[in-house]
Design a protein around this ligand. Structure first.
Ligand code: HEC
Length: 96
């Protein structure tokens, strides 16, 4: 009898840890800028892909300039926020 209760407790704890991991994973997703703000267009078909961007603009500065000056007109809504662009640059792994 005791071992059944023990077993149940272990399963319950495992369940709680699982739920915790899943919700934390989503919180992490929400803070990712690239997947939320850029990836839908920059998929390599509609617009240049993340990898191609990383090759073309190797530094945060070059990337930021390109977004502000060369980004498509559909990106105008993003262009008044240089801090955001810099955060995206760092997120996709460009160096300062
Ligand atoms: C609504 C679609 C759309 C979204 C959203 C979008 N882009 Fe763009 N972006 C484009 C298009 C289209 C071009 C290509 C413009 C051209 O070639 O004339 C472009 C061009 C660029 C360029 C210049 C590429 C080059 O080869 O010179 C950069 C850098 C860039 N985007 C970064 C971003 C970043 C960072 C985000 C997210 C913060 C983003 N874009 C969001 C559509 C989008």
């Amino acid at each position: 009898m005791k071992s059944t209760i023990c077993c149940f407790l272990i399963f319950f704890l495992a369940f709680l840890i699982n739920v915790n991991l899943i919700t934390e994973g989503n919180a992490l997703e929400r803070t990712k800028l690239w997947p939320n703000m850029c990836a839908s267009c920059h998929d390599g078909t509609t617009a240049i892909s993340k990898d191609a961007i990383r090759e073309k603009f190797q530094t945060v500065d070059a990337f930021t300039k390109a977004v502000l000056k060369k980004g498509g007109r559909c990106m105008n809504i993003l262009k008044n926020d240089e801090d955001l662009i810099r955060k995206v640059a760092i997120e996709i792994g460009l160096r300062e």
